[in-house]
Design a protein around this ligand. Structure first.
Ligand code: M7G
Length: 352
């Protein structure tokens, strides 16, 4: 194993002890691979994501149109343009088209190869979440929520799945990375914190991914949002769109932020995803059926009545590995399809 900087010692030691078991999933589009293994006999998941190119756009233009000297450009960055190419091998060419493979210079601070995430010890819920699986579209009625989802959320709360959230809100976890903290002891309702999401490499603004976590613990998910929460949510949304661009020197503007919530989320404590609009590579994370724009939520709260989302049927995508699937959402799918007169299994249609 190669070199590690001193503050990554724990991480490095753990990665070093990783005993590979199997590949859970790999995605050539997002360039992510998830591996299951063990560390000291307990399940561990390593997720590796190839990082995007870091590009320094400092280009010197020599010569000018007026003095009729030839104009040429010099790209400064050691890793930018073609400066980072260390090895190059042509595959083939055809007419004006050439293609090949290259090895690019890498640097752990500036231009790392991949971002690694480790979950250890990983619970069965984590393993199932990262494993390749089939997905289904479910219509969750208010009744299905009460009967199937709410009891599951209660169990999740009792299992301490929110330790990382509490470490951020009340401890000093990730404290040096916090982008914004608005915390008032006497006004927890309006308090919230913004920090880099675990999914972001922290380097590349084009893949900027932050998470805003509220101090309210009476909202587990979108479902708990009521009409009376509309102004509260609007206020947070406006603060996000004011603070985040300012924190990143306006390299990203308010209308270039995709601000959304997930349903179902993995963690039932209300939080908001903030992602650079340029970033498409998040698997299902920003797809319809999982991500709901905060703007839409704020707008919907005007029309849903006082009880808000508690009265709404919410349609979303769920994986077969999710506990909720086997706990009853699978039956909900059949029930809803039946109600709407859509056959679950195809009848053989002549000539099709
Ligand atoms: P979610 O919608 O509940 O789950 O969002 P999902 O997107 O994983 O399905 C939770 C968000 O919190 C995700 O974007 C995670 O990447 C992020 N996150 C999870 N953990 C355990 C941490 C953490 O420890 N620190 C930070 N900064 N972000 C985390």
């Amino acid at each position: 194993m190669g070199e590690f900087s001193s503050d990554s010692e724990d991480f490095a030691t753990l990665i070093d002890k990783f005993q590979f078991v199997k590949v859970l999933d790999s995605n050539p589009q997002t360039k992510v691979i998830s591996l299951l293994g063990t560390i000291e006999g307990k399940d561990a998941i390593i997720t590796a994501e190839k990082t995007h190119f870091v590009f320094d756009e400092t280009v010197h233009r020599r010569g000018s149109d007026e003095d009729s000297k030839p104009i040429f450009y010099h790209c400064e960055g050691e890793y930018s343009c073609v400066n980072g190419i260390e090895e190059l091998k042509q595959i083939t060419n055809n007419d004006i088209y050439y293609w090949g493979l290259s090895v690019l210079r890498q640097n752990i601070e500036y231009n790392p190869t991949a971002k690694l995430n480790l979950i250890w010890p990983a619970t069965p819920v984590h393993v199932k979440k990262y494993e390749q699986q089939n997905f289904h579209l479910v219509k969750e009625t208010p009744e299905a929520y009460k009967n199937i989802v709410e009891p599951y959320i209660k169990e999740m709360h009792n299992k301490g799945r929110l330790a990382w959230v509490n470490n951020i809100l009340y401890g000093d976890a990730e404290a040096d990375r916090v982008v914004y903290k608005d915390y008032k002891e006497d006004n927890k309702k309006d308090s919230f914190i913004i920090l880099p999401d675990m999914k972001w490499d922290g380097n590349n603004l084009e893949s900027l991914y932050l998470v805003a976590i509220t101090y309210r613990n009476d909202i587990s998910s979108l479902r708990d949002l009521k009409m009376s929460d509309r102004d509260w949510l609007k206020n947070i949304y406006n603060k996000i769109r004011t603070i985040v661009p300012a924190c990143y020197n306006y390299a990203v503007h308010p209308d270039e932020l995709r601000v959304f919530v997930h349903y179902q989320p993995s963690y039932y404590h209300f939080h908001i995803h903030i992602v650079n609009i340029k970033h498409p590579g998040l698997g299902n994370g920003i797809s319809t059926g999982k991500a709901i724009l905060l703007d839409e939520v704020i707008d919907m709260l005007q029309y849903l009545g006082p009880e808000g989302y508690m009265n709404k049927t919410i349609t979303y995508v769920i994986g077969e590995n999710h506990d909720l699937w086997k706990r009853g959402l699978d039956k909900e799918v059949s029930k809803e399809l039946n109600k709407e007169g859509v056959p679950k299994l195809p009848n053989i249609v002549e000539g099709f």
